[in-house]
Design a protein around this ligand. Sequence first.
Ligand code: PHE
Length: 340
Amino acid sequence: MLEKIRVIANSCKDNIARTSSLEELNEFRVRTLGRKGEITRLLRGLKELNAEERLAVGKAANELKENLEKMIALRNEEISIQQMEIQLLNEKIDVTLPGLPGQRGGKHPLTLISEEIRDIFCGMGFSIAEGPEIESDYYNFEALNMWRDHPARDMQDTFYINDDIVLRTHTSPVQVRTMEKMAPQTPVKIIVPGKVYRKDDDATHSPMFTQVEGLVIDKAITFGNLKGTLIMFAQKIFGEDVRVRYRPSFFPFTEPSAEMDISCVMCKGAGCRVCSHTGWLEILGAGMVNPRVLKYGGYDPEAVSGFAFGMGVERIAMLKYGINDLRLFFDNDKRFLQQF
Ligand code: PHE
């Protein structure tokens, strides 16, 4: 029996060395150590031997089994390494080929313009304030001198959460909110970028749009400060040669109020379809802060004065980029968005 084991051991060693693939090696393992394998059968036959023989043969057979397992594992590793080396030799990788470009996102044109507006005003010493888009009737209308039945509310019809809570129709409520926080300190010099909502929907009006508000309060602020600041802004965003004009207007929260036009960016003032042949484009509303609003905010109108302005970011983006339909901003069409 012991002799037989020695013979098997020797032939197994050769057989393992001769295997050249993982499949072959596995076949060999099944043939010897598998459930019906040679060694397994040998071990099962032990019970037919007498006690003395069983001890000696059993020991030898178990050693053989363990050795085989080790040799198979070793050969397995050898073959795997060989195969990998062959694969590496045959595989040609050209590291100079250009890679697959990743899909890179970009900023939305409205974000780009908002950032540009913000940078211009921050350059003039303004800081940024924010307020809630779901706003109380008080801040959106009342404290801006637009009481319940005020006709000016008509132009700013909006979405009501309930009788006292609305989606804000402009960024002007942040004027009062900021004054409440700051009063009686001066100067106040803020811009307020943000989304606003109105019950409008056509090629030039959308139920949601973007505004940038401005507010300056200090001792002895005049309409001259307002003009100087906004002319500077217009030249920075539309170019040095842009001309501006002011027309009298009305807002309940400013007195006097004005609208600022710029010379048409398309025809330079000669008259074209974009400016309805007037040569001018309206870009923002502005005025001196109404003394009643200063009072609502906690300031003494005898001690300080201020100016405020509000502009639509979509409109400025449309003029700057030559976009003719406001809805393009919100359609999420990549062909449009990729141009910026
Ligand atoms: N809030 C006004 C609007 O949305 C714009 C404005 C702001 C006018 C500040 C004057 C001063 O129409």
